[in-house]
Ligand binder design. Structure first.
Ligand code: NAD
Ligand code: DAU
Length: 336
């Protein structure tokens, strides 16, 4: 039986991937997660016993990581590395955990998969490529030069470089994927879409950074998961695949859609202090993934996806309500 070690598997996308693996394959999964403030172990509840084991621990813990990786002895066994500090705004306040988890953590994993000759899939972000002009004709491709802007994106870029170096210098069997902005259930309320939905559900107001002209390329987390599984199954070792679902929208557009879906006037929002160094536009060309591996996104209608996400947050107040006050107090202190 195939065994997967999924780091960060109690996070927003990691837990979605674990569920996807349980539904789509016969694999057994060990999740290694530090259970930071960003985690949602609740998202793993109800999975069939025996298929998923949660180990609480740090990806920078060499001895623990070595033990877990040493158990991956089958030819199809692999590590899928989601664990990261993932929020740009937090990285501007305190970059230190980003350096530790995102760079040192990836180094520790790389050394373990090198020692035990285990396949690795490394999860990265389109933010390593910096940003594009609003009217630029091009989108990011696997050949776009790295130009990260924030402590978060530069830590992810550093990790990607380590993975490539370990492939070339040590023959580590690794692949990398760089995905665009995810949305869907279980996303922490510090992030853009859940923050606005829960602000409105809690009787508060929508908070838009700056003018709102910034563009993000939205993909449902389930489509990220199916793409990662396709790369794990059929991706070529040493290759990078960009993951995106042609979901470019300005933040202003998204805010107006959420407000309308929740029964408010489309322009009933607050402009708040912009994020320092705020990337203008991300856009993914996922042609390589589609052409080589035949992957296609299942969620193609963002309006429909946002409506379903609103319903999910309506039905999961007990999960997000306790997280809300801390997040909003921190934002308010920054004028956001
Ligand atoms: P998240 O913040 O929701 O979850 C991260 C998980 O990692 C949490 O469960 C946390 O407890 C765990 N973790 C953090 N530090 C750890 C450590 N030192 N050891 C072990 N576990 C640790 O993040 P997410 O949004 O699910 O992102 C997952 C991955 O996908 C990240 O690598 C991120 O860079 C990447 N990514 C995210 C997006 C997005 O839109 N959210 C897009 C592209 C790529
Ligand atoms: O592109 C992939 C990246 O997407 C991932 O690597 C990151 O882990 C993930 O957090 C996300 O980064 P962003 O910085 O794009 O996501 P965030 O949800 O923080 O913000 C999305 C956009 O919305 C961004 O332009 C900032 C803006 N924003 C954000 C918040 C929290 C607002 O206008 N208001 C807000 O309250």
């Amino acid at each position: 039986m195939q065994r997967l070690l999924v780091t960060g598997g109690a996070g927003f996308i990691g837990a979605n991937f674990v569920r996807h693996v349980v539904e789509q394959t016969e694999a057994a999964v060990v999740v290694l997660d530090k259970l930071t403030y960003a985690s949602s172990p609740e998202a793993l509840e109800g999975l069939p016993p025996g298929r998923v084991e949660l180990v609480t621990g740090d990806v920078t813990d060499e001895s623990l990581v070595d033990t877990l990786v040493s158990r991956l002895t089958g030819p199809e066994d692999a590590v899928v590395h989601f664990a990261a500090e993932s929020h740009n705004d937090n990285s501007l306040h305190d970059p230190s955990p980003f350096i530790q988890t995102n760079i040192v953590g990836t180094f520790v994993l790389l050394e373990a998969v090198r020692r035990h000759e285990v396949r690795l899939h490394h999860i990265s972000t389109d933010e390593v490529y910096g940003d594009l002009e609003l009217d630029a004709p091009e989108r990011f491709t696997e050949a776009t030069p790295y130009r990260p802007s924030s402590p978060y994106s530069s830590s992810k870029a550093s990790a990607d470089h380590l993975v490539r170096a370990w492939v070339r210098s040590f023959g580590v069997r690794a692949t990398i994927s760089n995905c665009s902005n995810n949305y869907g259930p279980w996303q922490h309320v510090e992030k853009f879409i859940p923050r606005q939905i829960t602000n409105l559900l809690a009787g508060g107001r929508v908070k838009l950074y700056g003018s709102g002209e910034n563009v993000r390329d939205w993909i449902h987390a389930e489509d990220h998961s199916s793409a990662v599984l396709a790369i794990l199954d059929r991706g070529r070792i040493g290759e990078t695949y960009l993951i995106g679902a042609d979901g470019e929208r300005s933040n202003l557009d998204v805010v107006r859609t959420l407000l309308t879906l929740l029964g408010h006037q489309a322009d009933d929002f607050d402009h708040v202090t912009d994020r320092p160094g705020h990337d203008l536009r991300y856009a993914i060309d996922s042609g390589k993934l589609r052409d080589e591996l035949g992957w296609r996104p299942a969620h193609r209608d963002l309006h429909e996806g946002l409506a379903a996400t609103i319903d999910w947050y309506r039905e999961h107040r007990l999960w997000w309500e306790p997280k809300k006050a801390t997040v909003e107090t921190a934002y308010a202190a920054k004028g956001q």
